[in-house]
Unconditional design. Structure first.
Lengths: 177, 452
């Protein structure tokens, strides 16, 4: 079956414990980590599919950005001072202490800009064409959304299970195959 | 989230979901005062810098005093917020956003003053590292160029440090407005501002890494900014400026005045927006203790600075010192000591004095005291320079007074506009704090399901 014939099934959970349970069930039923999405209005430690690799290169990129920023700032001060050497009365044209001040600011701005750019890149932002999900307003209320990407013929089965859960309570749901 | 948490958030969303007459009236009043700045500045541009009280030898008057003052105020937010984030102080959560906003607006206003002082503000680009029409580059050996670089870095960092943690809150607002009316102007605005934030595990992980990294980077930048501002003075040979402790002295003074404005802003937000449950007595008590600590540190630096001058007994320095202690500036010097040393120590040393109202009163006093301190540093020295045949006096003109008053109006206006655009308390950070404390409903509710 083609991927575009699949659909997302969204479910809202009040607490991380509920959401963790649902996540576990989805994993047990063989859902791939790419087909499960957990969304929340706060960061929840460990609440994502076990085989999903959540990682960030922000610290490394910040260091690299700082190095590049520092080099650029140093080049700016030293090269421009030499391009039009002013009379300094025998003092160095490129004095390291004063160049150091500009270099420091270059390091900082390089690290800041790289940090923000990396965060945006890793988050896939900006994404202005993003369409809101049907239950996104629950996120605003502090609840957790788990969405599973499944085949069209599967979701009616899953929906009925979930509706059964809703009607019969969580204990019944745990025993629902 | 508990129902209690939800009802606690109501005052936060109120100015973001409907027009509040009080806020609009306040914005109009602040706008009227801010207009004074632009009118006075326009008048000065039209009639030239001669309309000010600046003269030889007092080339720096109110404008540079205001510049140092507003840059100092800007240390309220980003620096304090970053320190509290790095140290994982849990009580920081409701404070960070309102503090960070102070930084951005104070820094923007502070950055205006060198332009105003230029007289011909359209020539400011001579400071930007671009060759001008004669092929000259800025002189990177000059502390004034360092200033521009440092303030530019700090402003960029502070704006990003304010905006980045705001994304999840803007997404919350987007989702709320879309649920109410997806075609409303507010829904469209927040959809744009939230940049498509969805709150996935990867997004949260990256965002938290980014905030941590920015917090670590921004602390030395903030310290560098006011150190470099102090070097504008201490790199000269002027009496009572050429001091090795000017860097840390200015940084301490900046944080001190920053905390003062934060106390005042928090008190007004608490009263005006009904945020008592967020900006509670415990936070005022904690910040009050920090305030008291900085009172002691600032007093120590002030004493050390004056003691070495007095003990050195160098004639040109003693001339400035004597004018300050017992001469024409004595009354404002002692007023400064009263406001910056005596008042905070008397009030903040007691638990009752660290209640919101009293901390706000002390905050106002310290703000006035710190402005006086900057005035004494700038004008006190320049009116009695090392070459004593150029002794002079300084009287500010109405243009300078108008710009000073207008700058406060502009600050309040920007802050009030911000309150109507973004939550002044970081919603997700507070929710996260509640989650850590276990104030979430146990797993008993049924899930809600839908397909797309």
């Amino acid at each position: 079956m083609q991927r575009n014939e699949k659909t997302w099934l969204h479910a809202v959970f009040e607490s991380p414990i509920d959401a963790q349970g649902a996540l576990q069930k989805l994993t047990e039923y063989g859902f791939d980590s790419n087909d499960i999405e957990v969304r929340s209005s706060i960061p929840l430690e460990g609440l994502y599919p076990p085989d999903l690799h959540v990682r960030s290169h922000v610290p490394l990129m910040a260091v690299l950005g700082g190095i590049v920023g520092g080099i650029c700032a140093f080049m700016l001060t030293s090269l421009t001072s030499q391009a039009y050497p002013m009379e300094t009365g025998g003092m160095p044209i490129v004095p390291l202490p004063t160049t150091g001040v500009i270099t420091f600011e270059g390091i900082a701005i390089g690290a800041i800009l790289t940090t923000v750019a990396t965060v945006l890149y890793e988050c896939g932002l900006p994404f202005f064409r993003m369409k809101s999900g049907p239950l996104d307003h629950y996120l605003a209320e502090g609840q957790i959304i788990i969405a599973a990407f499944m085949r069209a013929d599967e979701y009616s089965d899953w929906t009925s299970k979930a509706v059964a859960t809703k009607r019969q309570g969580p204990h019944q749901a745990e025993h629902t195959p | 989230m508990t129902p209690g948490s939800m009802s606690r958030e109501v005052p936060l969303f109120r100015p973001l979901t409907s027009w509040r007459p009080k806020l609009i009236l306040g914005s109009l009043l602040a706008g009227a005062v801010a207009a004074l700045l632009f009118y006075s500045w326009g008048y000065q541009i039209r009639n030239d810098i001669g309309v000010t009280g600046l003269n030889r030898p007092v080339f720096w008057g109110f404008y540079i005093t205001n510049f140092v003052f507003w840059i100092g105020i800007s240390h309220a937010g980003t620096l304090i917020s970053a320190i509290l984030r790095v140290t994982s102080a849990e009580w920081r959560r409701p404070v960070t956003r309102c503090a960070e906003a102070i930084t951005v607006f104070a820094l923007s206003i502070g950055g205006l003053f060198p332009l105003i002082h230029l007289g011909r503000p359209w020539l400011f680009w001579f400071m930007i590292p671009l060759p001008n029409y004669r092929g000259l580059w800025p002189n990177f050996r000059s502390p004034l160029v360092w200033d521009m670089m440092a303030i530019g870095t700090y402003l960029t960092g502070s704006i990003l440090y304010l905006l980045l943690p705001m994304l999840p809150d803007l997404a919350i607002l987007r989702d709320r407005h879309i649920a109410d009316n997806p075609n409303s102007a507010r829904a469209r605005i927040y959809r744009f501002l939230a940049l498509g934030w969805r709150g996935t595990a990867q997004q949260w992980h990256s965002l938290e890494s980014g905030i941590r990294a920015l917090a670590v980077i921004i602390i030395p930048v903030a310290v560098s900014v006011h150190t470099i501002v102090s070097w504008d003075f201490s790199m000269t040979r002027q009496p009572m400026w050429h001091s090795t402790i000017f860097g840390p002295y200015f940084v301490v003074g900046a944080i001190y005045s920053g905390i003062a404005v934060l106390m005042v802003a928090m008190y007004l937000l608490r009263r005006g927006m009904g945020l008592e449950s967020y900006l509670n007595d415990k936070i005022f008590n904690n910040l009050g203790l920090l305030f008291l600590t900085f009172t002691l540190i600032w007093s120590y630096f002030t004493f050390a600075e004056h003691l070495t001058v007095w003990y050195g007994n160098e004639p040109s320095e003693m001339a400035v010192f004597t004018e300050r202690i017992s001469g024409q500036y004595a009354w404002i010097f002692w007023a400064m000591i009263l406001l910056n040393v005596a008042l905070p120590m008397l009030v903040l040393s007691f638990p009752l004095g660290r209640k919101p109202f009293f901390t706000a009163i002390v905050g106002v006093g310290v703000l006035i005291g710190m402005w006086i301190e900057r005035f004494l540093i700038v004008v006190g020295t320049l009116s009695l320079p090392r070459l004593d045949f150029t002794v002079g006096t300084y009287q500010p003109s109405w243009t300078e007074l108008g710009i000073l008053v207008g700058s406060f109006g502009l600050f309040v206006l920007l802050y009030l506009i911000f309150i109507q655009i973004a939550p002044i308390v970081s919603i997700w950070e507070v929710r996260e704090g509640e989650h850590h404390l276990g104030q979430v409903r146990p797993a008993s509710e049924h899930p809600t399901v839908e397909t797309t």
